[in-house]
Write a protein that binds this ligand. Structure first.
Ligand code: NAD
Ligand code: ZN
Length: 340
């Protein structure tokens, strides 16, 4: 049976949300209908409202950081049942695609920021006779919402839903960036650009990983008290300086930071975050400790384990050095070797 709820609907980009009566169709096969109890507001939802995602169609019910209780399930659903506490997953886990089967990736192939309709290309939401779009299959600004079974995770029945809703996006995003993606090491120095829900979760992740210095950067100094409470050792406001912020960080650290996180979403702060890293960050000469490793590579070559010979396309006397460069620029050589 359909049910009704009063979700916050975005009718058009740049317009405020309006709370409407919306009919929510029952879950189809392999789908779950959830009664949302609480939902956080993430800046990504604001990007939706601003119309920054070209693929997202309006009207749409945003929200992707929610927690609720399963109300009903469609045919074939086995992992959850009515009454279970759940968190809708804006990044699903189908468990079957190449990325789900890869232990180094969580980027389920079913993830897409244009998940505006259910997998069968229809919507479960209607309002005033109009179809309303889903968002990321979560649409947690709705009292009732429908999602595929693989986009919902059953959680502990003791969990307070008004708190653990944050585990749907902001907290795992930031905390995991530090401990899973960057694998911050004990004693290291970290910079965190942007101290919203995501950036402050990065600060917590860096602290949990044992970073000895965590530099928190924001143009809003009101964020600094909380950053310090959560583990930041230094707080920097770029507005207090005339020079670029990466130069400030270089001076503070001598050589730059070991790990840099950008949790704002601007091109210029991404560049600044990169420029704040130690020059050794990134891949230089393949990451080998050269004096130890180059002789070993030569031995492997002699044992025929490696074959860089295939890269040598030309052998030239030193007198023809300029010809070597002509071949390179013309795209005719891979490697020219000069002989003396
Ligand atoms: P937020 O708006 O709460 O926090 C952003 C912070 O950045 C604010 O404190 C703001 O004052 C600060 N800031 C803005 N411009 C700055 C500048 N030039 N220099 C320094 N600080 C500046 O946002 P949030 O909810 O924490 O999300 C942060 C970003 O992460 C958003 O772009 C969001 O869309 C994105 N996000 C990504 C994922 C993911 O999985 N990749 C998940 C959630 C959110
Ligand atoms: Zn989010």
């Amino acid at each position: 049976l359909s049910t009704t709820g009063n979700p916050a609907v975005a009718w058009a980009a740049g317009k405020p949300l309006s709370v409407e009566e919306v009919e929510v169709a029952p879950p189809k096969a392999q789908e779950v209908r959830v009664k949302i109890v609480a939902s956080g507001i993430c800046r990504t939802d604001d990007h939706v409202l601003g119309g920054y995602f070209p693929n997202i169609e309006f009207p749409v019910i945003p929200g992707h950081e929610g927690a609720g209780i399963v109300e009903s399930v469609g045919e074939g659903v086995t992992s959850v049942k009515p009454g279970d506490k759940v968190i809708p997953l804006c990044l699903p886990q189908c468990g079957e695609c190449c990325f789900c089967l890869n232990p180094d990736s969580n980027y389920c192939i079913n993830f897409s920021e244009s998940q505006n309709l259910m997998p069968d290309k229809t919507s479960r939401f209607t309002c005033k006779g109009k179809q309303i779009h889903h968002f990321l299959w979560t649409s947690t600004f709705a009292e009732y919402t429908v999602m595929p079974e693989y986009a919902v995770a059953k959680i502990d029945a003791a969990a307070p839903l008004d708190k653990v809703c944050l585990l749907g996006c902001g907290f795992p995003t930031g905390y995991g960036a530090a401990i899973n993606t960057a694998k911050v090491k004990p004693g290291s120095t970290c910079a965190v650009f942007g101290l919203g829900g995501v950036g402050l979760s990065v600060v917590m992740g860096c602290k949990a990983a044992g970073a000895s210095r965590i530099i928190a950067i924001d143009i809003n100094k009101d964020k600094f008290a909380k950053a310090k409470e959560l583990g930041a050792t230094d707080c920097v406001n770029p507005k207090d300086f005339t020079k670029p912020i990466h130069e400030v960080l270089m001076e503070m650290t001598g050589l730059g930071v070991d790990y840099s996180f950008e949790a704002i979403g601007h091109k210029d702060t991404l560049t600044a975050a990169l420029a704040s890293c130690k020059v050794s960050t990134g891949s230089v000469l393949g990451g080998w400790k050269t004096r130890d490793s180059i002789p070993k590579l030569v031995s492997s070559y002699l044992e025929k384990k490696l074959n860089p010979d295939l890269l040598i396309t030309h052998t030239l006397p030193i007198a023809e050095v300029n010809k070597g460069f002509e071949l390179l620029r013309a795209g005719k050589s891979i490697r020219s070797v000069l002989l003396f």
